[in-house]
Design a protein around this ligand. Structure first.
Ligand code: GLA
Length: 725
C-alpha cells in the first residue's frame, strides 16, 4: 500500500519509491496540503504557521481566530469564495447566482488499483501496481460534492490527480472553472518551464522565474495546440538537467487547458493545472456530474533528465495501450512529401515497390484519396475512395501493395468538413458555427460538431467502410485547424469545447475496439495535439510538419521532456527540405529520425543508386537498435538550442548497451573539438566502441567524454554503439 491515513491527526500520506506527498484534514474540515518532494518521514503539519495577516480574511467558523486564513494556508483544492484570493482550482455558480463554494471533508476511501475516468483517457495500472485514494468533500449550502481522486504508482514515482464534481443540490449549477491539480509550495523560489511554439516549430522549452503576478499558459483552440503544450515543469531555480528538484505536471487531455503559476504575497508558490476557464460554463442539472481530466504529477531530485525518464516509463507503459505498446512499429514510407495531392494508384504502388527494395515495412497513402480532393480546398467529409483518381478500387490497390511485401496505411481527417463537399451540402448544420454568424475558416475547412452522436456515427460508418474494404494496418488521424466557433445545438457555448474532445475520445475508443490491430498515428498539422490524452488512443503522434533535421533536433528535444521516443513520429525527407530549404546529409537526417518511430517521407524513385544503398543500410541499422531506442532509457547529453552539438543517448536497463548520437550544429574555420560526456553509465565498468574496438571506463566517458571528429562538412552526425565488456 502506498496510501496511508492516520486517524489521530487526519493526515494522508502518499508514498512512492522516491517521493512523499502529504495532506491533512484540519479541525474545520479544510483539506490542507502539507508537503510534496523527496521522501520524508513523519508528520509535516509542523510546517503550517498561523499569523494575523491584514486583508486576508478568516472563515466565520474560525471563531474569531484572525490567524486562520484560506488566503495564506496551502490547500489541496482551492475554491473561489472562501477568502483565498489566489488562483482557484474550482469556480461554481450556484442556482441562486452566487459564486461561492466551501468544500469540507466528508469521508475517504483507500482502494487497491488505479481509478479510471469514464470517457476520458487516464493512467492505467494493474491491481498491484497502484493504489487509489478518494476524498469526498462537500459544500453544505449548495449540496455540491467533489470527489478528489489520487492514484499512486509507487514504483514509477507517479501520482495522478483528478476530480469528480457532483451536483447533489436543488437546482442547476454551472462549473465555471475546473482544475485537476493544485500544488502549493509554502517556501522556495521556482522557475516554470513551458513548451511553446507554432505550427512547424513546436515545444521549444521556455524557462521563466515564477514571480508575483499570475503566469498563465494554455489553449483556447479546442486542441492542446502547437503554441503551448499541456505539460509544465516547476523547478527550483538552480535545478539543471542532472541535479536539483523539479516537479512535472502533465495534463491528460487534448483540448482547451490552462496552467497558472503564481507567487503570492508571502512568496508562496501555487501552480494550478486544469481546463481552460474561457469558453467554459458547464451546467450540471441535479444529479449530474462532471469529470475533470487527469494531471500526472512526478517529482525528481535529480534534475530534468530523471524526471523525463520517469514520465517516459509512465506514458509508455501506463498511457499507451494495445498491441503496439510493446510491438515494434513498422518502418513506413508516407506519400505526403513524396507526391502531395498529385498521385494515383500507380504512384502509391510504385512507392511501395521502391520501398520494398529498401526494406521498408509499410506504405501510407496520405491526403487526397477520397471525394473530390485535388488540393486542400474541398472533399473533407466525403470518405469515399476516389476510384477515378486512383484508377482502381482500394481493395485492388492494397492487394497490389501487399504483393510487394508491404502493408498499407491510410490518412484521414474525421473531425473536418470542407464547404465544398457532399457532406456539408447535405448537413450544413453539422459544422460548428455561432448562430446567425459566418464561421471562421481554417485551411478553408470547418470543424464537425463531434459533441453530437449522430455526426460521429455518420463519419464512423463511412470510415469503417473504407477500413473494411482495404486490408488497412495503419491510420494517420489528422486534424488540421483550430476550433473557433464554440457553439453547439447540443448545449450552446459553455459545454462544446469539453464535449467535443470527449466526442473525439469516444470515436477513437470505438475505432480501437473494432480494429484492435490497426496502428493509429495521431497528427494535427504535425504536433498540434501532441499530448498524453491522445497517446491513450494513438501510441505515436506525427511530431511536427517540419521534417528539417536541424529544426527537428530542437522540436524533438522539447518533446522529449515528457513524451517517450516510441511516441515521436519522425521521418527522413528529401532535400532541399520543403519547410526550410536546408540541405542536410542523408546520414544526419536518418540519425535524427531514429530518435523517433523512423520512416521516410520522400520519393525513392528520385534518389541516386548510392542513396538507395545508404537507405537500405539505415533501415537495417534502425531495426538493429529499435528495441534500445523504444524501450531503453533516454539521456539528453546537450541542449541543442545552445552549444556546438546536439547529443543524446539510449541505454538498456542493465547499462550494458549504449547508442550515442551526435549532430554537429556549427562549422567554422579552425573548429575547436567538441567533447561529448555520457551519462548514467556504471563508473567502474569498461565499455567498448563496437566499431573502433577502443575501450573506455564508464567514469572516463562520463567525466571527460569522447572527442568528436572535426570535419569540413555541415551538420555531420555520428552514431556510436558502446557495449559493456
Ligand atoms: C497535415 C499533416 C501532414 C499531411 C497533411 C495532409 O498537415 O501534418 O503530414 O498529412 O496534413 O493534408
Amino acid at each position: 500500500m502506498a496510501v496511508f491515513y492516520q486517524q489521530s491527526n487526519r493526515i494522508f500520506t502518499l508514498q512512492t519509491n522516491h517521493s512523499t506527498y502529504q495532506m491533512k484534514v484540519d479541525d474545520m474540515g479544510f483539506l490542507l496540503h502539507l508537503y510534496y518532494g523527496s521522501k520524508v518521514s513523519g508528520d509535516m503539519d509542523y510546517l503550517l504557521t498561523y499569523y494575523d495577516r491584514g486583508f486576508s480574511g478568516n472563515p466565520s467558523d474560525a471563531a474569531g481566530d484572525r490567524t486562520y486564513s484560506m488566503d495564506v494556508l496551502p490547500q489541496e483544492y482551492p475554491v473561489l469564495g472562501t477568502g483565498d484570493y489566489r488562483s482557484s482550482a474550482l469556480i461554481i455558480r450556484s442556482a441562486d447566482g452566487s459564486e461561492c463554494c466551501d468544500l469540507r471533508y466528508v469521508s475517504h476511501e483507500i482502494k487497491k488499483g488505479k481509478y479510471g475516468l469514464k470517457g476520458l483517457p487516464a493512467v492505467y495500472a494493474g491491481e498491484n501496481e497502484a493504489d487509489t485514494l478518494e476524498i469526498l468533500m462537500k459544500d453544505s449550502v449548495s449540496g455540491l460534492l467533489v470527489k478528489l481522486l489520487y492514484g499512486v504508482l509507487e514504483a514509477e514515482d507517479i501520482i495522478t490527480r483528478s476530480a469528480e464534481i457532483v451536483n447533489q443540490g436543488g437546482g442547476e449549477v454551472i462549473v465555471e472553472k475546473a482544475a485537476s491539480a493544485c500544488l502549493d509550495f509554502i517556501t522556495g523560489n521556482y522557475d516554470m518551464i513551458s513548451f511553446c511554439g507554432r505550427h512547424t516549430m513546436e515545444r521549444i522549452p521556455q524557462r521563466e522565474a515564477v514571480a508575483h503576478g499570475n503566469h498563465v499558459i494554455g489553449s483556447r483552440r479546442g486542441t492542446s495546440s502547437h503554441q503551448y503544450n499541456p505539460a509544465v515543469i516547476l523547478a527550483e531555480t538552480d535545478t539543471t538537467e542532472d541535479a536539483g528538484k523539479c516537479y512535472g505536471m502533465v495534463f491528460v487531455y487534448s483540448g482547451n487547458f490552462m496552467c497558472e503559476a503564481e507567487k503570492d504575497q508571502f512568496d508562496q508558490t501555487r501552480v494550478v493545472m486544469g481546463l481552460q476557464s474561457d469558453l467554459f460554463h458547464y451546467p450540471l442539472a441535479k444529479g449530474e456530474s462532471f469529470l475533470v481530466p487527469e494531471t500526472i504529477l512526478c517529482f525528481s531530485n535529480q534534475g530534468f533528465g530523471e524526471l523525463s525518464r520517469k514520465y517516459h516509463r509512465c506514458i509508455r507503459e501506463h498511457i499507451c495501450r494495445g498491441r503496439y505498446m510493446q510491438e515494434k512499429r513498422p518502418v513506413l514510407i508516407n506519400s505526403w512529401e513524396a507526391a502531395y495531392f498529385d498521385f494515383n494508384g500507380e504512384t502509391i504502388a510504385g512507392l511501395a515497390k521502391e520501398a520494398a527494395e529498401l526494406g521498408i515495412d509499410m506504405v501510407v497513402m496520405d491526403d487526397g484519396w477520397f471525394g473530390k480532393r485535388e488540393d486542400d480546398n474541398s472533399g473533407l467529409g466525403d470518405w469515399q475512395v476516389n476510384e477515378k483518381k486512383l484508377g482502381c478500387t482500394l481493395k485492388e490497390l492494397t492487394e497490389r501493395v501487399r504483393k510487394t511485401g508491404l502493408s498499407f496505411g491510410i490518412w484521414m481527417e474525421p473531425e473536418m468538413v470542407s464547404k465544398d463537399s457532399n457532406l456539408f451540402r447535405e448537413h450544413p448544420d453539422w459544422a460548428l458555427q455561432n448562430p446567425g454568424r459566418k464561421p471562421v475558416m481554417g485551411r478553408n475547412q470547418l470543424v464537425l460538431d463531434f459533441s453530437r452522436q449522430e455526426v460521429r456515427d455518420h463519419v464512423f460508418d463511412q470510415i469503417c467502410r473504407v477500413l473494411d474494404e482495404g486490408n488497412i494496418r495503419y491510420v494517420k488521424w489528422d486534424m488540421n485547424r483550430s476550433l473557433s466557433d464554440f457553439y453547439s445545438v447540443n448545449g450552446g457555448s459553455g459545454k462544446v469545447a469539453y464535449d467535443y474532445v470527449l466526442g473525439v475520445y469516444d470515436f477513437m475508443e470505438k475505432l480501437l475496439q473494432k480494429y484492435p490491430d490497426i496502428l493509429i498515428e495521431g497528427c494535427s498539422g504535425g504536433g498540434g495535439r501532441f499530448d498524453a490524452g491522445m497517446l491513450y488512443y494513438t501510441p505515436q503522434i506525427w511530431c511536427s510538419d517540419n521534417t528539417d533535421a536541424l529544426d527537428r533536433l530542437q522540436i524533438q528535444y522539447g518533446t522529449s521532456f515528457f513524451y517517450p521516443i516510441s511516441t515521436v513520429g519522425s521521418h527522413v525527407s528529401a532535400v532541399p527540405n520543403h519547410q526550410t530549404g536546408r540541405n542536410i546529409s542523408l546520414n544526419t537526417r536518418a540519425v535524427v529520425a531514429m530518435a523517433g518511430t523512423f520512416g521516410y517521407e520522400l520519393d525513392p524513385a528520385k534518389l541516386k543508386g548510392e542513396e538507395k544503398e545508404e537507405i537500405k543500410e539505415q533501415v537495417k541499422r534502425y531495426r538493429k537498435y529499435a528495441g534500445l531506442i523504444n524501450e531503453g532509457d533516454y539521456y539528453r547529453l546537450t541542449d541543442p538550442l545552445k552549444g556546438l552539438c546536439a547529443a543524446w543517448m539510449f541505454m538498456d536497463g542493465k547499462k550494458e548497451k549504449i547508442l550515442l548520437n551526435v549532430v554537429m550544429l556549427e562549422s567554422h574555420g579552425n573548429m575547436p573539438v567538441s567533447y561529448v560526456r555520457l551519462k548514467g553509465l556504471e563508473a567502474d565498468a569498461v565499455y567498448e566502441d563496437a566499431d573502433s574496438k577502443k575501450r573506455y571506463f564508464g567514469s572516463a566517458l562520463m567525466e571527460a567524454g569522447l572527442p568528436m571528429p572535426v570535419e569540413l562538412k555541415e551538420y555531420p552526425a555520428y552514431q556510436i554503439e558502446l557495449n559493456k565488456i
